[in-house]
Design a protein around this ligand. Structure first.
Ligand SMILES: [Zn+2]
Ligand SMILES: [Zn+2]
Length: 427
C-alpha cells in the first residue's frame, strides 16, 4: 500500500492524503489551505476565477492524476472527515464522477454553506455513511468513527487493505460536549493499528484559560448571572457545540439568546441528526432578530425565513429587555446597535479562535466596548494526544495537520515517521 500526503504534513489546513492499494486509490479530505507559502493567512480570493491549470501551477491544487474534471477518473472516492473548509474547500475542483463519503451532518452543513455562497462545492455526488458501520470501496475496508470536534459530525477513519490498518484521526478533541466519544475511544480503541495519522493542531499553541466546553459554559453562567447588562457574543454559527454551551448558559441564567436567521437555519438543519440541539422554538430563552443582511434576504427569497416568524423579536422589543440579552454577534447586528447608540453598557464575549480577533478589534475599540475572551480549542491538547496514542498503541505515528511535525518524536517516541508533502511512501 502507498501513502502520499499531498498537503498537511507540516501545516494546519489544506489537508489531502492519498492511499493506494493495487488499482484502488482514495483521497482523505481535500481542503483549502489556511496559510500560503509565506505562512500568511491564505486569501481565498486567490482561487476566484482561476483555471485548474493556474491553481496547480501556483501550488494551491495538488497535482494528482485522475482526480480532476476532464480526465479519466482514477481516484475511486474521497473520504471527507468534517465540514470545515480546510478539509473540503477544494472539492469543487474534483471530477464530479468521484463519490465523496461523508456524515449526514457534514452534508447538511456543506449544503447550508453552499446556499449562502460560502463555498462553490455543491455536495451532489455524495454518499452519507453510518458511523461505526464498515463499508467497502475498491480494495479498502473503511470504518467511520464519530469524534468530538468543533466541526459538526466529525469523523475519523480506520482504513484497511493488504493486512494493514490505518487510522486517520481527522480533527478531534477530548474536551468538547461529546467528550464521551473520546473516553470511549480510550476504553475501546481500534486494535492492530499499523499507522496512525495524528492531527497535532495544538502543538506550539497554548491551552488557554478554559480547558473545555463545560468550563466555557460555567464562565458564561457566572458572567450572565453577575451583572445586569447586555452581552454581545461572537462565535461561529457552525460551531454547534459552542452554540449549545451559550444556549445552556442563557437558560441557566434566565437570559435570552438572540440569534440571526442564518444561525436559526443551521440549528434547524442539524435537528434531525441530534434532537438535543437547541431550536428557535424552544421557548423564552431564544429569539431571532431578523437582521437585515444578505443572508436574511436570501432566506426571505426562498421562503425559508417564514418558518421562524414565531420566534421573531424586533429591535424595539429587544430594547425593553436589553439587560437580559445575549446577542450573537454579526457584522450587521453590531453596526445597527452602534448607529443607534445602543452599545453602551455592553460587553463583547469573544468566543472564537484568537487569530480572527484583529478583524473586529477596531470596531469594538471605537465603540468603547470591553472585550472578554471565553473560548476553548476545537483540537486535542497534548496530554489528550498522549492518552490517545497510548490507548491505540500504533506501530507508527505519522504527523498531520500540524505546524510542528518535528515535535512528535519528543512526545511519542521513535516510532514517529515524518512524511513530507508529495512524498509517496510504501506502508
Ligand atoms: Zn482542520
Ligand atoms: Zn476542523
Amino acid at each position: 500500500m502507498f501513502l502520499t500526503i499531498h498537503r498537511g504534513s507540516k501545516e494546519i489546513g489544506g489537508t489531502c492524503v492519498e492511499l493506494q492499494s493495487g488499482v484502488s486509490r482514495i483521497l482523505i479530505d481535500f481542503g483549502l489551505p489556511l496559510v500560503d507559502e509565506d505562512m500568511e493567512r491564505f486569501d481565498s480570493k486567490k482561487i476566484k476565477g482561476k483555471s485548474r491549470e493556474d491553481l496547480i501551477q501556483s501550488g494551491v491544487l495538488p497535482d494528482i492524476e485522475g482526480l480532476y474534471e476532464g480526465e479519466q477518473a482514477t481516484i475511486d472516492a474521497v473520504l471527507l472527515s468534517h465540514p470545515h473548509q480546510d478539509h473540503y474547500g477544494l472539492l469543487t475542483f474534483i471530477n464530479s464522477k468521484i463519490p465523496v463519503y461523508l456524515s449526514e451532518g457534514c452534508k447538511e452543513l456543506i449544503e447550508v454553506s453552499h446556499f449562502f455562497g460560502q463555498t462553490n462545492y455543491t455536495a451532489t455526488n455524495v454518499k452519507p455513511v453510518t458511523v461505526w458501520e464498515q463499508f467497502q470501496e475498491g480494495d479498502f475496508t473503511i470504518t467511520p468513527y464519530l469524534v468530538d470536534h468543533s466541526g459538526f459530525a466529525a469523523l475519523a477513519f480506520v482504513i484497511e487493505a493488504e493486512g494493514k490498518r490505518i487510522f486517520y484521526s481527522g480533527d478531534f478533541r477530548g474536551h468538547g460536549r461529546k467528550s464521551i466519544l473520546f473516553e470511549n475511544m480510550l476504553r475501546r480503541p481500534p486494535e492492530n493499528i499499523s499507522y496512525l495519522l495524528l492531527e497535532g493542531s495544538m502543538m506550539g499553541r497554548e491551552q488557554g484559560e478554559y480547558r473545555g466546553e463545560k468550563d466555557v459554559e460555567e464562565k458564561l453562567v457566572e458572567l450572565f448571572r453577575n451583572k445586569e447588562q447586555m452581552y454581545f457574543l461572537a462565535c461561529s454559527s457552525q460551531n454547534i457545540d459552542r452554540l449549545v454551551s451559550v444556549y445552556r448558559a442563557c437558560k441557566r441564567s434566565n437570559r435570552i439568546l438572540i440569534i440571526d436567521p442564518y444561525t436559526a437555519l443551521i440549528l434547524h438543519k442539524v435537528k434531525k441528526i441530534s434532537p438535543n440541539i437547541p431550536q428557535f422554538d424552544w421557548g423564552e430563552n431564544i429569539r431571532i432578530f431578523f437582521v437585515p443582511n444578505s443572508y436574511t434576504d436570501k432566506m426571505a427569497e426562498d421562503k425559508s425565513l417564514f418558518q421562524f416568524k414565531s420566534a421573531k423579536i424586533t429591535y424595539d422589543q429587544m430594547q425593553d429587555v436589553k439587560d437580559r440579552l445575549v446577542i450573537k454577534d454579526s457584522y450587521r447586528t453590531r453596526q445597527i446597535f452602534s448607529k443607534k447608540g445602543h452599545l453602551e453598557e455592553t460587553t463583547l464575549i469573544y468566543s472564537m479562535w484568537e487569530g480572527y480577533f484583529p478583524d473586529v478589534k477596531p470596531f469594538w475599540e471605537e465603540n468603547k466596548v470591553p472585550v472578554l475572551h471565553v473560548h476553548c480549542s476545537g483540537h486535542a491538547y497534548i496530554d489528550d494526544l498522549k492518552k490517545f496514542v497510548g490507548a491505540i498503541g500504533p506501530e507508527f505515528i505519522i504527523p498531520i495537520h500540524t505546524f510542528f511535525p518535528e515535535k512528535y518524536p519528543e512526545l511519542f517516541g521513535d516510532n514517529v515517521k515524518i512524511v513530507k508533502d508529495g512524498e509517496m511512501v510504501e506502508i
